[in-house]
Design a protein around this ligand. Structure first.
Ligand code: GLN
Ligand code: ZN
Length: 757
């Protein structure tokens, strides 16, 4: 059996691409210098994959920002507002990714969305009636050539035609099917060019095949490939799926004239069954995703082997594959210098997964696989008892009953009590929590972490930052203040570090979007709160102001979703363990005089199963209760806020209302405020702060722009339920843009308030 991966992390072992790109954005280095770093990363990645003995090495998995955006540029699906700026190719690309504000114009970025059920974000291509899909880019060809020159005949990886058309947003009257011919022609040409360059295999990524498909979708998918595949000549085409099973189109997929089919046996709950029941077509290669591309635990070779053996009943042409791109795990354990070996030996990041693939191949080649040294070592590792459980936590979770998940009195009565207590004006203004994490903040945290400064020096610094932040917010005129979250590197990692049961890593960065990376903590054992985590900062902040100070926590579902989860207990069990800990913190904040507490569930939408049939049982049935449990014990006058990134929750709007928070803030500006109609239609009860401007982009929104957004919101949302806020935390922004943006926001809210009365 040969080995393959779907893609490799591209940020560099030490996030070199991030840092160099950011320098480029600040004008500190040239495009050529940035390109040089990119090339070094690609060449390093190529090298270690080659050394590991990997048979199918991908290319074109590199991207300066995002692979879907790359595909849009490859296929000429770039809105004119970007090309019209007259910038260089690279800068036009970055303008679409990040927005542009400068001498040449002022344009917003493309919308950004979560990549299926991951914390990676892709840029949403925009297609209008004038868009002419055709092959105009050269990146896959250049990168294939670059690797070939280095002696490796790679497998170019490109977002597939169906997935591309499904992910695009259609601005005009034309729909995906109207672009069938032109898209198929462009992909045919891609195959032809790659063939001419010497490619033997090309991988088309089609994760959209694991989502619910209508008959029309299946038709579109089949038609595209029926038009593309006859043009493949000598090139072999792999249709690669991941993040689930292809239950809606397995037979159609097998019926195509493709040469390889990539299936996910990790997240694809029904994948094995599909193969067992329907068989696997002769003459095609099965790329079997048996190594988890999304989690950091070492594979269990015994179960991988038994799966592969089972599959061999259906086909002998099997390539051992990862379940998805390794983009979703950190690069290498080599940089985890502080983690003890007793933990580390259970981990495998991208580089270690390459080694696992090689070992698995060796095992499958052996006459007695179970007697190989690799197999035995792995077996011994998995036989060891890994953790000692926390009995108290387990008992508490087991004893929860219905009433633990219900907050009393009911919403309307709480709303009255809170309005009287807080005395806020109409359209209260607030922010989502974090303020710009300037260089001094990061430097202090880092020296504290390294033990270079004392507790008291660190606290003194943080208090100074908090005081400045409060003075700034008072000067700007915001109504509900925040302490600024300067002590937090990341909204999940911070809590991970405060909770027992978590392990944290040093350099385990994973790309979240563009140059933004996150370092998900690892849930190692049962979770419990050792001590208060945020109370000291919030109480200090509240002592400096008469305005309400929002306590700021991350909710259990988000903490879980943005951690590497355990695989030995259920997600439900883990979520409730975390909920127990966060609830203790909520009650502590309340007892210390904090009247508004925000429990962020930024990532709640993200792990919603890709198929509707799985939503409740596999997710919402425990995720919503976990959140409710966190705040069900507070007094009626304590106002509970929550925040969600992205407003793609139209489908679960009832469940969101059912979280029973008092206020919810969320992203809306990048998705054209479409969520507002949904709120109105559903008579949404929770007060709402749909973000009035996009914080993922460095541009400053004008007062008029914000007023227009508020006016639009007012048409759908009752005045007394509307809050005014940016769409997410400000930590990735600088003060230069944050201060004028917030001033415009406050002035816009004030004017709207006056006009309303
Ligand atoms: N409170 C967090 C912040 O402001 C929320 C971040 C997020 O939603 N991603 O940074
Ligand atoms: Zn957010």
């Amino acid at each position: 059996m040969k080995t393959s991966i779907i893609g490799y992390p591209r940020i560099g072992n030490l996030r070199e691409l991030k840092f160099e790109s950011e320098k480029y954005f600040r004008g500190e280095i040239t495009a050529a210098e940035l390109e040089k770093t990119a090339k070094e990363i690609r060449s390093y990645n190529l090298d270690i994959q080659k050394k590991s003995g990997l048979d199918f090495i991908p290319s074109n998995d590199f991207s300066f920002y995002d692979g879907v955006l790359d595909t849009a540029f490859l296929l000429n699906a770039v809105p004119e507002r970007y090309t019209a700026l007259g910038l260089s190719k690279l800068d036009t690309y970055f303008a679409a990714a990040r927005g542009y504000q400068g001498e040449k114009g002022d344009v917003k970025a493309l919308a950004m969305k979560k990549w299926y059920n991951t914390n990676y974000h892709y840029m949403v291509p925009e297609i209008d009636d004038a868009t002419e899909i055709k092959l105009v880019g050269t990146k896959p060809f250049e990168l294939f050539g670059e690797a070939l020159a280095a002696g490796v005949r790679t497998k170019p990886v490109i977002i597939g035609a169906y997935t591309f058309l499904k992910l695009a947003r259609y601005k005009g009257s034309k729909k995906a099917a109207d672009f069938l011919d032109s898209t198929a022609a462009a992909y045919s040409e891609i195959l032809k060019k790659l063939g001419e360059l010497g490619a033997e295999w090309v991988q088309f990524d089609e994760p959209s095949l694991v989502t619910d498909m209508t008959a029309e979708d299946i038709q579109l998918f089949v038609s595209l490939y029926e038009k593309i595949l006859p043009n493949k000549d000598s090139v072999r085409v792999l249709v690669q799926t991941y993040f689930g099973d292809v239950r809606d189109c397995y037979n159609e997929l097998c019926g195509l004239d493709a040469d390889g089919i990539g299936l996910d046996f990790k997240e694809g709950r029904l994948t094995s069954e599909l193969v067992r029941k329907n068989g696997f077509p002769d003459g095609k290669t099965l790329f079997a995703g048996v190594i988890n591309g999304k989690n950091i635990w070492r594979s269990n070779y015994a179960s991988a082997l038994s799966l592969l053996t089972e599959l061999e009943k259906h086909t002998h042409d099997i390539v051992i594959n990862t379940s998805c791109s390794l983009l979703h795990v950190p690069c290498t354990l080599a940089n985890e210098t502080k983690l003890a070996d007793r933990f580390k030996k259970h981990f495998a990041y991208a580089e270690e997964k390459l080694a696992e693939l090689a070992e698995l191949r060796k095992i499958t080649e052996a006459e007695c696989p179970a007697e190989t040294e690799e197999y035995r070592r792995n077996e011994a590792l998995h036989a060891e008892p890994r953790i000692v459980g926390n009995e108290a936590v387990r008992k508490k979770v087991a004893s929860l009953t219905e009433k633990d998940f219900v907050r009393l009195p009911e919403f309307a009565e709480r709303e009255r009590i809170q309005k009287a207590r807080l005395g806020l004006p109409l359209f209260p203004t607030t922010t989502i929590g974090s303020f710009p994490q300037t260089a001094d903040v990061k430097a202090k945290r880092s020296s504290y972490r390294k033990g270079e400064i004392s507790d008291s020096e660190y606290e003194f610094f943080m208090e100074k930052k908090i005081a400045e932040c409060i003075a700034l917010q008072e000067e700007i005129g915001l109504d509900v203040l925040v302490h600024g979250e300067f002590e937090r590197n990341d909204m999940v990692e911070y809590f991970g570090e405060c909770l027992d049961g978590y392990l944290f890593t040093e350099k385990a960065w994973v790309q979240s979007y563009g140059t933004r990376c996150v370092k998900p903590p690892v849930i190692w054992g049962d979770i419990s709160r050792a001590k208060p985590m945020t109370v000291k900062w919030s109480v200090y902040a509240q002592s400096l102001t008469d305005r309400p100070m929002k306590g700021m926590l991350t909710g259990p579902v988000t903490i879980l979703n943005w951690s590497f989860p355990r695989e030995d207990i259920s997600l439900r069990e883990s979520a409730l363990q975390i909920a127990l800990a966060i609830r203790e913190e909520v009650l502590d904040l309340e007892a210390n005089g904090i009247s508004i507490i925000q429990v962020d569930e930024a990532a709640l939408r993200e792990k919603l199963p890709l198929r509707r049939a799985d939503w409740r049982e596999e997710y919402l049935d425990w995720a919503i209760p976990a959140f409710r449990y966190v705040h069900s014990g507070v007094k009626p006058g304590t106002q509970i806020h929550t925040h969600m990134c992205y407003s793609e929750f139209a489908d679960i709007i009832r469940d969101i209302d059912d979280m029973d928070a008092d206020v919810i803030t969320f992203e809306a500006s990048r998705s054209d405020l479409t969520i507002l109609d949904v709120l109105k239609q559903n008579d949404f009860r929770t007060e709402v702060g749909p973000g009035v401007y996009d914080i993922h982009s460095p541009r400053v929104p004008s007062k008029e722009e914000i007023k227009a957004a508020i006016a639009k919101m007012r048409e759908r949302i009752p005045a007394e339920k509307l809050w005014v806020n940016p769409d997410c935390g400000l930590k990735t922004r600088g003060n230069e843009e944050t201060v004028p943006s917030l001033k415009n926001l406050v002035n816009a809210a004030k004017e709207a308030r006056n006009e309303n009365s």
